[in-house]
Design a protein around this ligand. Structure first.
Ligand SMILES: C[S@@+](CC[C@H](N)C(=O)[O-])C[C@H]1O[C@@H](n2cnc3c(N)ncnc32)[C@H](O)[C@@H]1O
Length: 364
C-alpha cells in the first residue's frame, strides 16, 4: 500500500511582500520552524507575533536573587519569559508555582516551559487570579515562598491578537478580558456605563485629562451606533477629539486612544481590585526574609505598589523596600518600546530573626 504523504500546508495569502495581519505572520507564529525569521523581527525592535519579550530580566533576577532549592511564585506567567530564567536558577531542588488568569495562553506557556525538560514536580501551573494567591498556596500545602514576581498588565500575545480586542490598532470585538470566560466584555460594560462611570475610569485608570469630554462624547456616540468593536470605539474617540478640536495631531490622538483602551481594560478585569488584594495578602505568602518584585506599567499600578510596600515597612512587616523605582536600561527601551514605561519595585519581608537580610542592592 502506498504511504500516505502529508500535503504541505499553504501559507496564508496576503497582499504585498510582508504579512501585516496577525494570522498571516505564519513564520513568527511558528518560531521552532522559522528561528531566523523570528530573530530578524526582534533585531528590528519588534515583538514577534504570538510571543512576549520579558522586561527587566536582569534587574528582576538581581532583586530576587533565586538560588537552587528556592520556592518561587511567578504570579503572571504570560509567555513564561521570566519563569524560564528563574527555573534555570532554582534547579536542582527548587519549585516554581506559576499563575495566570488567561486560559488561552496558559496551556501553551506550560507546554513551552515543560519542554525545558525539567523534573515534573519543579513546575506547577495554575489558571488563577493572583488575588487568590494566599488561598492557592494554602491548598497546595505551601506555608510560605522565598520569592514572588508579578509583571502586571497584559502580554504582547493578548495585545496583538485581534480576536482578544485589546488594541485600537487592530479591528476586532471590543473584549479586553484577560480571561474571556469570566465577567463581561468591554463592549457590554460600555453599553451600560453612565457618564460618571466613564469619567471616573478615564481619570482614575489612565490619568486622561479629557475624561469628562470623552465620557459625554461616548455616551452621545452610542445613542447613534452601539460600540461593539475596537474600530468602532477608536472611530468614536477620533470623532470626539476632532469635533472638540482638542487634540488634532496624530500622536496626541493615539495617546488618547491608548489611555481609553487601558482604562477600559483595567475596569473590565478589575485590575486595581486584584492588585490591592494581592498586595494585602503578600506578607502572608512570603517566608520570613522572602522577597517580592513587581513590574508596573502606569501610575495607578505603581502608586498602589509603592503605598503597600511603604506601609508594610512602617508596620515592620517588611524589613526594607525599594527607595527608588528601577527602570529598564535605555538600550532595552530602545529595542523593546513596550519596556519604556516599566517600573520595578521590591520589598523584603522582615525576618523572624533580628538583623537577617539586608535586601536587594538599593542602588540597582
Ligand atoms: C506582562 S504579562 C507577563 C509576561 C511574563 N512575565 C513573561 O515573561 O512572559 C502579564 C500577564 O499577567 C496576567 N495577569 C494580569 N492580571 C492578572 C491577575 N490578576 N492574575 C493572574 N494573572 C494576571 C495576564 O494575563 C498576562 O498574561
Amino acid at each position: 500500500m502506498a504511504e500516505a504523504t502529508e500535503k504541505p500546508k499553504r501559507r496564508p495569502r496576503y497582499r504585498g511582500t510582508h504579512p501585516r495581519k496577525f494570522h498571516e505572520k505564519y513564520k513568527e507564529l511558528n518560531p521552532e520552524k522559522f528561528p531566523e525569521a523570528v530573530q530578524k523581527v526582534i533585531a528590528s525592535g519588534k515583538t514577534p507575533a504570538g510571543t512576549h519579550r520579558p522586561i527587566c530580566v536582569q534587574e528582576v533576577l538581581q532583586v530576587l536573587d533565586p538560588h537552587p532549592g528556592d520556592i518561587v511564585v511567578d504570579a503572571t506567567l504570560g509567555y513564561g519569559g521570566h519563569a524560564r530564567e528563574i527555573l534555570v536558577k532554582i534547579l536542582p531542588g527548587g519549585r516554581l508555582i506559576g499563575l495566570d488568569t488567561d486560559p488561552i495562553e496558559l496551556p501553551k506557556t506550560e507546554a513551552r516551559l515543560r519542554s525545558m525538560e525539567i523534573p515534573a514536580d519543579t513546575l506547577s501551573v495554575h489558571r488563577s487570579n493572583f488575588a487568590g494567591l494566599a488561598r492557592l498556596l494554602g491548598t497546595l500545602g505551601v506555608e510560605g515562598v522565598d520569592m514572588v514576581l508579578a509583571d502586571l498588565g497584559c502580554s504582547s500575545m493578548q495585545l496583538d491578537n485581534p480576536v482578544r480586542g485589546f488594541s485600537y490598532k487592530l479591528e476586532g470585538p471590543l473584549d479586553l478580558r484577560l480571561n474571556p470566560q469570566k465577567g463581561q466584555p468591554a463592549s457590554e460594560w460600555l453599553a451600560h456605563a453612565g457618564t460618571s462611570d466613564l469619567e471616573r475610569i478615564f481619570a482614575e485608570n489612565s490619568d486622561e485629562p479629557a475624561a469628562a469630554l470623552l465620557a459625554q462624547g461616548l455616551v452621545d456616540a452610542r445613542l447613534e451606533h452601539p460600540i461593539q468593536t475596537t474600530g468602532g470605539l477608536a472611530k468614536a474617540v477620533r470623532n470626539i477629539l476632532a469635533e472638540s478640536r482638542l487634540r488634532v495631531d496624530e500622536a496626541a490622538v493615539k495617546s488618547t486612544l491608548q489611555r481609553v483602551f487601558q482604562a477600559l481594560r483595567i475596569e473590565v478585569n478589575d485590575e486595581f481590585g486584584a492588585l490591592e488584594t494581592f498586595l494585602r495578602f503578600m506578607p502572608a505568602c512570603l517566608k520570613p526574609g522572602g522577597r517580592v518584585a513587581i513590574l508596573t506599567f502606569h501610575s495607578g499600578e505603581d502608586r498602589r505598589v509603592k503605598k503597600a510596600f511603604q506601609e508594610g515597612e512602617r508596620a515592620g512587616v517588611y524589613a526594607s523596600v525599594a527607595r527608588e523605582v528601577i527602570r529598564p536600561s535605555p538600550a532595552e527601551s530602545h529595542t523593546n518600546p513596550r519596556a519604556a514605561s516599566a517600573k520595578l519595585r521590591w520589598a523584603l519581608k522582615a525576618s523572624a530573626e533580628p538583623g537577617v537580610g539586608e535586601g536587594p542592592n538599593p542602588n540597582l
